[in-house]
Write a protein that binds this ligand. Structure first.
Ligand SMILES: Nc1ncnc2c1ncn2[C@@H]1O[C@H](COP(=O)(O)OP(=O)(O)OP(=O)(O)O)[C@@H](O)[C@H]1O
Length: 294
């Protein structure tokens, strides 16, 4: 995909771990400002390794590979020549296990820590912390010790502590693993609100229904390569690609395609397509009239 307003540029990146595992075998891609990207692929395909290059947690192991960040204020930063804390101010990374990054005794302190280290004004920070807790659905929990939050709430707190840094891009590795549907939606809704404010979001996910619903772009990985890259509709319609990645498209998309209504990816879209195909206009019930369909 072409991106006039690039925020992350990955050029010919290879990554070989000690022990000789080649996790990335030459990746080229550009992520545009304001995209909501989902990286998919089976276990071991290189998703996390790729995402960790976005903010310098990992660097290319080949001399010709490069990752460049284009900041909102017009600077270009090569991750190879930059310090981690510098890069983290542009691209925030949320680990799969939130407990890897929660250290403080209250949610407020957790959120204040990063911006304070960057010299944020303490008075402005009070407002920023409340706003961010509200964005992730943790309003009123500022003084709660994170150990008393559920796993999903801790995941949202970890996301909030990255969002509060005001990074151009937030990368979230497997945000919904182990969460029920309702919690998964709260997590993705937090990211969607952030995205709606013009920020760039990258998630790694195995949940194709959520990917179809929230992402604007899907990058499918296989054995350290990008196998497919496009809108959810484009990628999920490539059956051979999906077979190679062992990924089943969202069930709603499979059902709609099977009955001759391709193009629907989410349950809501499938219901609308079926309703439009089957019922005369006057007798239609809207999805909102029958509530959320899951
Ligand atoms: N620290 C490491 N040392 C050695 N090999 C590693 C390391 N981290 C990952 N690998 C290997 O690199 C390959 C790619 O791993 P990576 O975690 O990037 O894949 P993934 O697609 O994110 O997988 P998953 O969905 O299981 O998280 C795998 O073969 C993995 O075993």
């Amino acid at each position: 995909m072409s991106h006039p307003d690039a925020v992350i540029e990955v050029a010919d990146v290879e990554h070989t771990y000690k022990g000789n595992t080649k996790a990335l075998a030459g990746v080229d891609l550009t992520i545009g400002r304001g995209e909501f990207v989902a990286i998919i692929g089976k276990n071991g395909s290189g998703k996390t390794t790729l995402a960790k290059h976005f903010n310098g947690l990992l660097r290319p192991t080949n001399s010709g590979g490069a990752v460049r960040l284009h900041t909102g204020d017009g600077r270009t930063i090569d991750t190879r020549g930059s310090r981690l804390h510098h890069l983290a101010a542009t691209v925030g990374y949320v680990f799969q296990n939130p407990d890897r990054q929660i250290f403080h005794d209250t949610c407020r302190e957790e959120l204040q820590f990063g911006p304070r280290n960057l010299g944020a004004d303490p008075a402005a920070l009070v407002h920023q912390v409340s706003e961010t807790l509200e964005l992730v659905g943790l309003e009123g929990r500022a003084e709660v010790n994170p150990i008393h939050l559920s796993r999903g709430e801790r995941q949202r707190l970890a996301i909030a502590s990255t969002l509060v840094m005001g990074c151009d891009v937030v990368v979230v590795d497997e945000p919904t693993t182990g969460q029920d549907r309702a919690e998964s939606r709260k997590i993705l809704d937090s990211l969607a609100h952030h995205h709606a404010q013009g920020r760039t979001v990258v998630i790694i996910s195995h949940d194709m229904a959520l990917v179809a619903e929230y992402a604007t772009r899907v990058i499918a990985m296989r054995q350290g390569h990008v196998l497919a890259d496009g809108t959810p509709a484009e990628v999920f319609s490539q059956r051979e690609v999906l077979q190679e990645t062992n990924i089943r498209p969202p069930q709603a998309a499979v059902l709609a395609a099977e009955i001759g209504l391709p193009g629907a990816l989410t349950v809501d879209q499938a219901v609308r397509s079926m309703r439009d195909a089957l019922l005369p206009a006057g007798s239609r019930t809207t999805v909102s009239q029958i509530g959320e369909v899951e």
